[in-house]
Design a protein around this ligand. Structure first.
Ligand SMILES: Nc1ncnc2c1ncn2[C@@H]1O[C@H](COP(=O)(O)OP(=O)(O)OP(=O)(O)O)[C@@H](O)[C@H]1O
Length: 330
């Protein structure tokens, strides 16, 4: 029986201006919940959504953690993210995904704003704070950042003109890796911020050049911790992947634009394979379909073995998203 699991959380974003609220989507906190505040409970809650074709039929979706419109970035970090940093420093790979349709709040959850920083800036601060408390190790942190667009991999830490598609290879032990991906050492938060901000700019410039939105690609930011114990003469490596997934999309919205349809097909395929992989892992299945997409192939070592994952399903409350919300939840 497999021991690895991907925890699945849901977050309903608040209504944004001009959006008609779908007040039939409810987060129900189970009665045996004891911890947390009223906006975020982690003891097993569920979301209810009526069937658009038959409102008397109520679909019920259970989640390990549910965050409603009033939940804060701080709550998500404290409840579900911060506990994972100790796991990284024990030499394990952790992966956090933000999943959902376009405009459901993935980027807000991962990056946040200056006033309300999201998972990425909080993880960076947490990683440096913990590093400084690990006295017995000489610990170094490094960052890599890549983008998967239509199953091609690009390095976001190098200029676009010098950024060819990177090959995906497998080593002797069967471990999949991206050849020639930059790994930049970071010695403090300011150094990370500067590297990351440049890369984010590069991602949006690249996206504009390719005539697409950056939300049409998956972005994988990886922070690796290398811990050397000089007394025991051992080295331990742990890492955390922070993944802002491309928006899942209703194919009907792509019109007849062939480029858009190909893009959409690639996104939907990789997201559907990710769903199958997470399901298979959580069922303890013996065969996990990693190889069916570049995204899951690349994250194979991050999802299998002793690795740990957190998938945050972002949901939009608007009526026009009802069917997408159901698709995400399913
Ligand atoms: N929890 C939240 N609280 C306040 N505002 C939010 C929240 N979540 C999302 N928003 C706002 O909703 C809008 C859409 O969110 P965001 O851009 O994060 O969506 P997305 O899923 O990343 O979209 P895309 O797939 O197009 O990148 C933004 O204006 C964002 O600031």
């Amino acid at each position: 029986m497999a021991t690895h699991k991907v925890k699945i959380a849901a977050r309903l974003r608040p209504r944004i201006q001009g959006e008609l609220d779908d007040d039939s989507i409810h987060i129900v906190h189970s009665s045996n919940d004891t911890g947390g505040s009223s906006s975020s409970l982690t003891g097993g809650s569920f979301i209810t959504v009526p069937n658009p074709r038959d409102p008397t039929q109520i679909f019920k979706f259970p989640f390990s953690s549910c965050y409603d419109q009033d939940s804060t970035q701080e709550e998500i970090y404290r409840n579900d993210v911060e506990p994972l940093l100790d796991i990284v420093y024990s030499g394990v790979t952790v992966t956090i995904f933000a999943y959902g349709v376009t405009s459901s709040g993935k980027t807000y959850t991962m990056q946040g704003s200056k006033q309300e920083p999201g998972v990425i800036p909080r993880v960076i601060r947490g990683m440096f704070d913990k590093k400084n408390s690990l006295k017995q190790f000489q610990t170094t942190l490094s960052v890599s950042y890549m983008e998967i667009y239509k199953d091609d991999v690009y390095d976001l830490l190098v200029d676009r003109e010098n950024a060819p598609k990177l090959p995906v290879r497998e080593n002797h032990a069967g471990m999949v890796f991206v050849a020639n991906l930059t790994s930049a050492p970071i010695s403090n938060v300011a150094e990370f911020d500067s590297t990351y901000n440049n890369a984010t700019l590069r991602r949006s410039v690249g996206a504009t050049n390719l005539n697409r939105a950056s939300s049409r690609s998956h972005a994988i930011l990886t922070i690796e911790a290398t811990m050397v114990d000089p007394v025991a003469n051992t080295t331990l490596t742990g890492k955390i992947n922070l993944v802002d997934l491309a928006g899942s999309e209703n194919n009907k919205l792509t019109g007849n634009d062939p480029a858009r349809m190909a893009e959409s097909a690639a996104i939907n395929k990789s997201l559907s394979v990710l769903g199958q992989v997470v399901h298979a892992l959580n069922q303890g299945a013996s065969r996990i379909p990693y190889r069916n997409s570049k995204l899951t192939r690349l994250l194979q070592d991050a999802l299998g073995g002793t690795s740990v994952g957190l998938l945050i399903c972002n949901l939009a409350p608007g009526i026009k998203f009802r069917q997408d919300t159901l698709n995400t939840l399913k």
